[in-house]
Write a protein that binds this ligand. Structure first.
Ligand code: HEM
Ligand SMILES: *[C@@H]1O[C@H](CO)[C@@H](O)[C@H](O)[C@H]1NC(C)=O
Ligand SMILES: *[C@@H]1O[C@H](CO)[C@@H](O)[C@H](O)[C@H]1NC(C)=O
Ligand SMILES: *[C@@H]1O[C@H](CO)[C@@H](O)[C@H](O)[C@H]1NC(C)=O
Ligand SMILES: *[C@@H]1O[C@H](CO)[C@@H](O)[C@H](O)[C@H]1NC(C)=O
Length: 482
């Protein structure tokens, strides 16, 4: 008898079994509500961006059933998404019960970041990284630097050699360059000069991000072992080497930046310093850039909000004076600050946090969660719950200024920097950065969305492997004010 048909039967059975295994819910999680797998798979395969998937599939499913958490299939497995800020506080406050999950090996996403840094470490090692980085970020807020870089940005929007006062530029790209220079000069201690020049770091980083985002590999991470992407790995390792070189250069030529401060820490190894540098590079620029692009977009499509923010800025700061840490405070610029808060809510830059994992069998709210289960705090979803925000898809800064009995709920449910001891250590840095560029732009320009913008029917974000919400191709027309 010909053995071929038998062989085929067996191998297709094996393949079916593997696929079945990949998508079925493990028995210990079957009691939890779960978003149907089929629409999720279609969503991943079609390259749908995170925020659209959350609004279209995850939130409606949870809302209809009144659930505070749901199982969502992603990256080859089922994970719990927490959609309720009270449950999230309970989780993020307890670092022992809910440590960060060790990333599955082989995933390119994590190879780039490395393991020995503030973002991925747990326990005493995290405490060490956290102490050093929090102290470094707490040294001072480099407002002067933000102002100086804003002026560089003016030259990129409106080259001094040109007569015309109206220019259309890709603001998403400029915001990325601005944010990189901001974190580069003051935190990493390296001037990327990204606003004025074609920075090699930006180009390589953006290229690698695009490669990582291959949907096939994101759906079936095991492919990384079967068909390793050698080219991408090489590019990634090259970029990490470049960070290593920056570090060495910094040792020989110290400055008054935070990296120089961190280099003085005797307990930090070379590898730890390098991995932290990569984390600060990624965490410190795309997030801020996403927030800034979103703010500029919503002020462009709401001229009355833009005018009110400009009126406040001119009234508080005057037309030309350089703002400083004292004059740029949230208390002195309440309306602008509300606009920034609303931008960080409606298009949450970090849609969800790095997964945590239960260390024991736990009860979270009314849910029983067995040990060794992955959990994600879905911040974007918390920022778009109907029952909390009422009109979550409307850009309405005044919601943060109204004094109502719901004010405290809104305050608690506004969590762009997450919550608990591992929330963003650079919250203050980032908010000053947003306010600094915003006041400089408001005084210098008026801006609108061009009629042919791809964002005419709503803001569109790029696909990001790190679940970052980043507007792309955001052309904005700036006109210099008289
Ligand atoms: C608007 C801008 C920003 C937003 C929305 C943001 C948001 C966040 C969020 C949600 C987390 C928690 C992540 C998690 O638990 O998995 C986080 C952590 C972190 N962020 Fe930010 N961030 C911003 C800007 C920055 C900047 C400018 C820096 C550096 C200069 C930075 C450095 C970090 C670091 C080092 C962590 C890890 C903290 C830890 O695990 O202990 N972030 N950020
Ligand atoms: C940050 O520095 C200020 C003084 O500049 C100090 O009062 C504050 O306690 C510091 N915060 C942390 C978390 O170290
Ligand atoms: C300036 O540029 C705008 C759009 O780019 C154009 O419509 C306008 O005619 C230009 N004005 C002058 C004086 O060149
Ligand atoms: C969690 O519960 C399971 C099932 O009841 C039990 O087998 C297991 O030992 C428990 N694990 C821990 C760490 O307590
Ligand atoms: C935890 O779960 C992962 C898969 O999700 C598995 O590989 C690992 O062996 C489990 N660890 C323990 C201690 O059960």
């Amino acid at each position: 008898m010909d053995p071929a048909p038998l062989w085929w039967t067996f191998s297709s059975l094996a393949v079916t079994l593997v696929i079945f295994q990949l998508f079925t819910v493990p028995s210990h999680l079957r009691h939890l509500p779960r978003v149907p797998i089929f629409p999720l798979l279609v969503s991943y395969l079609s390259g749908e961006v995170e925020d659209v998937r959350i609004k279209r599939l995850i939130l409606p499913y949870a809302n209809e059933r009144g659930e505070g958490l749901v199982l969502v299939w992603a990256l080859g497995r089922w994970m719990i998404h927490i959609l309720d800020h009270k449950l999230a506080v309970e989780m993020t406050e307890n670092l022992l019960l809910y440590p960060k999950e060790l990333p599955p090996d082989g995933l390119l996403l994590w190879r780039f970041i490395g393991g020995s840094n503030i973002l991925m470490a747990n326990g005493d090692r995290w405490k060490k990284h956290s102490r050093v980085i929090r102290d470094a970020l707490n040294l001072s807020i480099p407002v002067d630097q933000f102002i100086y870089l804003s002026r560089n940005l003016f030259d990129a929007i409106n080259p001094p050699s040109e007569e015309n006062d109206t220019h259309t530029v890709d603001f998403a790209e400029l915001a990325q360059r601005f944010a990189l220079d901001a974190v580069g000069s003051s935190v990493l201690g390296h001037d990327f000069d990204a606003i004025r020049t074609e920075s090699l770091f930006v180009k390589e980083y953006n290229g690698i991000m695009q490669d990582i985002a291959n949907p096939l590999y994101l759906i079936m991470p095991f492919l990384e072992k079967v068909f390793p992407r050698k080219e991408v790995i090489k590019r990634m390792d090259n970029l990490v080497d470049k960070f290593q070189m920056l570090l060495q250069a910094k040792r020989n030529d110290p400055g008054d930046d935070m990296m120089t401060f961190m280099l003085k820490e005797p307990t930090m190894s070379e590898e730890e310093l390098r991995d932290n540098m990569v984390v600060l590079f990624i965490a410190g620029h795309d997030t801020s850039a996403g927030g800034l692009s979103t703010l500029i977009y919503f002020l462009a499509i709401h001229p009355e909000i833009q005018a009110a923010a400009r009126e406040e800025t001119l009234r508080v700061l005057g037309p030309t004076s350089d703002p400083g840490v004292d004059t740029l405070s949230a208390a002195l610029l309440p309306y602008l600050n509300a606009c920034i808060r609303e931008a960080l809510r409606i298009n949450t830059p970090v849609s969800y946090i790095v997964p945590r994992v239960t260390a024991e069998n736990v009860t979270l709210g009314r849910y029983y969660i067995p040990s060794n289960t992955s959990l994600i705090y879905n911040i974007y979803a918390v920022h778009h719950r109907n029952d909390v925000w009422g009109d979550p898809n409307t850009f309405r800064p005044n919601r943060f200024l109204e004094k109502t009995e719901r004010s405290q709920i809104l305050k608690d449910a506004w969590v762009p920097f997450a919550s608990g001891p591992r929330q963003c250590p650079a919250r203050n840095f980032a908010l000053y950065e947003q306010r600094a560029l915003a006041v400089m732009l408001l005084r210098e320009y008026e801006w609108t969305l061009p009629a042919d913008s791809i964002h005419q029917d709503g803001l569109k974000n790029a696909f990001s492997p790190f679940a970052l919400t980043l507007p792309h191709n955001l052309h904005i027309t700036f006109t210099k004010r008289k």
